[in-house]
Ligand binder design. Structure first.
Ligand code: CTP
Ligand code: CA
Length: 230
């Protein structure tokens, strides 16, 4: 088929991708989540596999299908996602697309929290989750190429540049989620289109708005170039 005739610049390369949100439990029936659909991360995993890479996709809870030709591991929490990523290493590259919850509840209740007449609502105490990208970006197991994402509503260039250094990444794919373009049913989180800027130590490259599948293909080509010295 046509598929088999496409060049496979990433043949023999192992790549780990995170995608989707995480769910952080409050009690056995409730959790804290976010609007990430997993569309962009899953599309990137598929695009890398199409270029011949052996891809492990670590996905939070999503409603979309596992991509074809990709080993997909399903997790719920940030801590589970970190453990799955670490277990998938070593790799040639890692791409952190997941919208990982920054915080989890301090203690998951073992039983469903009951509403008791006359009692005040419960207060949620939060603690910080591990930063998966920063952990891997600074680990001895660090893949040769580490790519992060950043959703920003202001000072995109400066914030993305700061994340590059703080997290030990080579590239940050930055989304401008301000002025309604980002969050919501038709925006970056949940929508099918994306407009990103690629921030590296060499500078910033603006990509035009395109579909998430097109962003994925272009990013996969960029990764192939970096990994093969092209
Ligand atoms: N990330 C991660 N683990 C976390 C938080 C973020 O791996 N606990 C990764 C994301 O997958 C993304 C990058 O870090 O690739 C940037 O995430 P972002 O939420 O933009 O950065 P934060 O450092 O959490 O800063 P803030 O949310 O305050 O902007
Ligand atoms: Ca965050």
């Amino acid at each position: 088929t046509l598929l088999d005739e496409r060049p496979k610049p990433l043949a023999g390369k192992r790549i780990v991708v995170t995608s989707g949100p995480t769910h952080e439990p409050i009690d056995p029936v409730r959790y804290i989540a976010n609007r990430s659909s997993g569309k962009q991360g899953h599309a990137i995993a598929a695009a890398l596999a199409a270029l011949g890479a052996r891809v492990t996709l670590v996905s939070g809870p999503v409603t979309i299908a596992d991509p074809h030709g990709v080993e997909t591991l399903h997790v719920e929490t940030a801590r589970q996602m970190l453990a799955a990523v670490e277990a998938a290493l070593p790799a040639d590259a890692a791409i952190f697309v997941a919208a990982v919850a920054d915080w989890r509840t301090a203690g998951e209740a073992g039983e469903k929290i009951k509403k008791v007449a006359g009692e005040a609502p419960p207060a949620l105490r939060m603690v910080e989750n591990p930063d998966i990208l920063a952990t891997i970006g600074h680990s001895p197991q660090r893949p040769g190429l580490v790519v992060g994402f950043a959703a920003e509503t202001q000072n995109l260039a400066e914030n993305a540049r700061a994340k590059l250094d703080r997290k030990g990444a080579d590239l940050i794919v930055a989304n401008d989620v301000s002025h309604g373009s980002g969050i919501g049913p038709s925006g970056v989180m949940g929508g099918d289109r994306n407009r990103v800027r690629i921030v590296s130590r060499d500078g910033i490259e603006d990509w035009p708005e395109m579909t998430k599948a097109e962003v994925a293909k272009r990013l996969a080509a960029l990764v192939a170039g970096r990994l093969t010295g092209g």
